[in-house]
Write a protein that binds this ligand. Structure first.
Ligand code: ADP
Length: 663
């Protein structure tokens, strides 16, 4: 298959017309905000992340606080325990003094004293009765620095432990007081991991730092917790301040990433917005143009059809589809034979199609006949031209189609009119001839009548003339008079004078016509059956020109006799009069001859139509004109049992006509 043939329908051609244009406004409105959706969604994501980070931060703070409380309580227990241990050592020393095992001179060398000073006692003092100092260490003889280094005294505030001395009696006999360095206590008893985790301080009620593992004040942003040290170190608090600060949610890495992400999305949104606006503008312009083009194509009076090189319809405009009574969608994609080809002319249409596909369509267009869906024939004029794409390659055939049915009908009507005019011209000429003849015949007929009357007068006075001769002369006079009247009426008719209508009885007119035809009837040996009216339904009188109607009846009967002439007996002609359409009387002339052979009344009444060798073909034409002059109609058809039936209407005479006739 040739790939070039699959011509995609042009986008503009598939654009629906106006209604879509109206919808376009709202669609465009939705599109206008489309660019912001990613930004809005991103904002929602960022808000979600912020919330999550905040929750995480609160969780972390909670966890940190719980750990800090637990660590503070644990450290407080350790310190208390340690001080309790020191108090126990001091009490053992007091017991030894009470037991007399330690004398002031031996005090400095006592292991408990030395151990205490080695740990974190700053000094130990033995006070005797009345507060007399029995012994005091460290000795003032020791260098102060050395002593301080030994006991780890850093010069901070010191606490003290005291135990009463009782001697041998029950009453207190002195006091043993050990001063210790709170800082030393902290330094020795706080585990390294705790010290690395917290800033640990001992503070008094007034928030003054007694001892600390670090220099300086607590940072107000630090999370901290205090716990009292109880009776061991009254009015002192152990304070833990977390070194690791829980990072606020807004300073976390995810927030930084989110910030960057939002910035990029915002930038992308701005660019997208710009892009969408320009696309929308272009689309709007394109749609408007497409709608215009479609509207123009559809409003064209000329049908447009595009076919690919195979002959497949790839586009038809509405006008073209309307011409064949179909929708454009029904036609697009179809290959020959097309549904609008006339079934009886398929071969012809296919030949023409192949010729067109071969590029041999007449340049000046060609006429074709298509069939509308409702069956009527549509005459068209088709102009074919190659369909070329942007690269100049032919991809099919384009045709403009003009409906010329009306024009054809007009031409046909014109042709008929010309024929009718030719007929009329001949009739007029004939009328002229007849008029001249009538004029010319008038004189001799009058002369015949006069001579006849003269001869009759002359002979009737004589008694020797035989009766039959007189009668013949009398008949001759009558016939001459009748002939003169006929000629006169025909002349009047041909000179377009109004017929002389009068009130008359149809049966009388028929009898008179039959009388005129007596000879013919006898010659053809035809039996005339003049059917009388039914006694209960007498036919009313009519308003007619007696002579002209006589001629009509005579012509119809003569034709019937002539049709019967070659027929076997019985040869009969029936004449009937009956009520016809309201206000009319119907006269019927029926024979049992060969019939009309399917000929219609229009054909028979055409001027010069005759089947007789000697016929003129004017009889029925004149009859029809006469009947129509009487506002009636002549009808002819084959009789059911064989033969022909001719009938015509005559208007019934009424009182109203009386007035007409007298005026
Ligand atoms: P003409 O008699 O000169 O032929 P008419 O106009 O009177 O012209 O008749 C036209 C034709 O109508 C006749 O030639 C004949 O074929 C046909 N025709 C008329 N009357 C009859 C009839 N009763 N039966 C059969 N054919 C008839």
């Amino acid at each position: 298959m040739n790939p070039r043939v699959s011509v995609p329908p042009r986008p503009a051609l598939s654009v629906p017309p106006q209604p879509r244009l109206r919808l376009f406004g709202s669609r465009f409105g939705a599109l206008r905000t489309l660019w912001a959706w990613p930004l809005v969604l991103s904002l929602l994501v960022v808000l979600g992340v912020m919330y999550w980070l905040r929750v995480q931060e609160l969780n972390d703070l909670e966890v940190q606080r719980a750990a800090m409380i637990s660590d503070a309580l644990s450290l407080e227990a350790q310190l208390t325990h340690r001080l309790d241990g020191e108090l126990t050592s001091l009490r053992l020393l007091a017991d030894a003094i009470d037991a007399g095992r330690v004398q002031p001179a031996q005090f400095a060398a006592h292991p408990l004293v030395l151990d205490g000073l080695r740990r974190f006692w700053v000094s130990v003092t033995w006070l005797g009765e009345a507060g007399r100092i029995m012994a005091h260490l460290p000795d003032a003889s020791l260098p102060a620095n050395d002593l301080a280094r030994r006991i780890g005294d850093d010069g901070g505030l010191a606490g003290h432990l005291s135990v009463s001395l009782h001697g041998q009696g029950e009453h207190p006999a002195g006091l043993l007081v050990a001063r210790y360095s709170a800082a030393g206590l902290l330094r020795q008893k706080v585990p390294w991991w705790l010290a690395s985790k917290y800033d640990i301080r001992l503070v008094d009620d007034a928030d003054a730092v007694i001892a600390a593992t670090v220099e300086g004040q607590r940072d107000p942003r630090q999370a901290w917790y205090r716990v009292g040290l109880g009776p061991t170190l009254p009015n002192a608090w152990l304070e833990l301040a977390a070194r690791d600060r829980v990072t606020p949610w807004w300073r976390t890495l995810p927030m930084a990433l989110m910030g960057g992400f939002l910035g990029l999305i915002a930038l992308a949104s701005v660019m997208l917005r710009r892009q969408m606006r320009s696309v929308s503008r272009a689309e709007e312009a394109w749609r408007t143009e497409a709608a215009w083009r479609t509207a123009m194509e559809d409003s064209l009076a000329v049908g447009i059809r595009a076919r690919d090189l195979e002959g497949r319809l790839v586009y038809v405009n509405k006008t073209m589809a309307d011409m064949v009574g179909r929708q454009p969608e029904e036609l697009v994609g179809l290959l020959p034979p097309m549904p609008y080809w006339v079934p009886e002319e398929l071969d012809q249409s296919m030949t023409r199609h192949l010729r067109n596909m071969a590029g041999k369509a007449p340049r000046g267009g060609y006429e074709s006949r298509w069939q509308h869906r409702d069956g009527r024939i549509v005459e068209v004029m088709v102009y074919e031209a190659p369909l070329v794409d942007a690269q100049g390659v032919q991809i099919g055939w384009m045709a403009s189609v003009v409906d010329i049915t009306e024009r054809k009908h007009l031409e046909e009507r014109e042709r008929r009119q010309m024929e009718a005019m030719a007929h009329h011209a001949r009739l007029t000429m004939l009328g002229e001839v007849a008029s001249t003849l009538a004029h010319e015949l008038n004189q001799p007929l009058s002369a015949i009548a006069s001579y006849n009357a003269g001869v009759l007068n002359a002979l009737s006075g004589r008694g020797d003339v035989p009766e039959p001769v007189l009668k013949a002369l009398q008949r001759q006079g009558e016939q001459a008079g009748a002939a003169a009247r006929i000629v006169k009426r025909i002349r009047d008719f041909l000179t377009r004078r109004e017929p002389q209508r009068e009130r008359c009885d149809v049966h009388t007119v028929i009898a008179s016509a039959l009388n005129l035809l007596k000879r013919d009837i006898e010659r053809h040996q035809v039996e005339i059956v003049h059917v009388p009216d039914a006694p209960d339904a007498p036919v009313p009188q009519v308003l007619a020109d007696v002579v002209l109607i006589e001629q009509v009846v005579a012509n119809l009967v003569r034709n019937a006799c002539e049709a019967l002439s070659g027929q076997p007996q019985p040869r009969r002609v029936w004449l009937t009069v009956a009520a016809g359409a309201p206000g009319f009387v119907r006269v019927t002339v029926r024979d049992n001859g060969p019939g009309l052979g399917g000929q219609t009344v229009d054909t028979l009444c055409e001027p010069f139509f005759t089947t007789k060798s000697e016929g003129m073909g004017m009889g029925l034409a004149i009859c029809r004109s006469i009947v129509e002059l009487h506002y009636g109609a002549l009808d002819a058809q084959d009789a059911p049992g064989g033969g022909a039936v001719f009938s015509f209407n005559l208007p019934v005479w009424t009182q109203a006509h009386e007035g007409e006739m007298t005026t």
